[in-house]
Design a protein around this ligand. Sequence first.
Ligand code: GDD
Ligand code: MN
Length: 380
Amino acid sequence: GRATGRVRMMPGAIGEVQVATALRQTVVIPTFNERDNIAALLERLVAVLPESDTEIVFVDDSTDDTPEVIRAAARTCPIPITVHHREHSTGGLGGAVVEGMRLARGAWIVVMDADLQHPPEIVPDLIAAGLRDGADLVIGTRYAGGGTTDGLSDGYRKFISGGSTFATKMIFRNSLLQVSDPMSGLFAVRTSSLQVDELRPLGYKVLLELVVRNRPGRIVEVPYTFQQRHAGESKSTMAEGVRFLKHLAILRFGAERTRMLAFALIGVSGLLPNQLALWFLAHVAGVHYLAAAVLANMIAVGWNFALTDTLLYRNRRHRSLASRLSRFFLMGNADLLLRIPLLALLVDGVHVGVLAANLMTLVTSFVVRFLILDKVIYRA
Ligand code: GDD
Ligand code: MN
């Protein structure tokens, strides 16, 4: 579906063109199957926000009737509401929030969850704090000044939340000096300080993305108590945890170096099937060691392909499976053509030790293979 909504117009003097007012705030709310939270959420927002100065933008990736529930509620809601339903949920929660930021027309953009874990009553406090302190970013924090994580259901969740917050603060200590809760999903940003095009959101941690990439000037925090979810269940999964690690690596090293790192890890993991196959073929099955090495290399290449194709380049499979597989194997065997003469050259010509020489050929081949993968086989 397309975005729907009302534009608030201010009647000008007679004969003048009507102009859209500059809104004080846009509340951006990502939703994924939150139908039973909408009524309570809107009721509590309406109670604390000036209807003349506010709009609410829902960015929805639901598979249930949440957008219809929101549209129905919008008809009687004094605050204008936009529902943007996405057919392709690019970037997950973070992608939805950034899309909402693009639609927002308020001088401030408040981002909050739909499940009432973020108390709506705090929204005016966020903006007031931003105005009072001349801040670009106001973060609702669970980790300072009396804020708490009460709504995290058990000790395990509290541990994961506290641990990943600590680790993230260590990794990005320069950007996060003044931030006690970089994983917060509740914050207000001054629209004029926002550079939406710099953001490459991936999953849940959109505030982290914003702080690290936009480097907002002044940041202040407002403590709050994270509540129990009102209805439904959390959409956070194991896959979301893996996506978070990927997000951290991309923010820290950049996308290309992260892929190279992942490729290196896959390559290292391939040593195990390689050595096992070599041992079995040469020592158990009695195959000649050179032939065994070539076969073992094939097995390792198959292993590498399976992991690379599913974990690393899942989103860049523009060629057919047959084409990807044959090119990958070609590269894996061309690798032997490169490495064996290079090995001979290093050992016999330059008199490097066999093990050191072998390592040098592996590293050379690694870099060459990565560049072929990244620039040719899975060209962006
Ligand atoms: N549009 C869209 N697309 N919305 C989503 C998606 C998605 O793929 N996934 C989740 N949401 C919405 C949910 O409907 C909810 O409104 C909000 O994002 C948060 O999702 P939850 O599933 O309730 O997340 P959580 O409670 O585990 O985590 C929240 O709190 C953490 C601590 O503050 C999030 O705000 C995290 O970002 C935050 O770190
Ligand atoms: Mn939640």
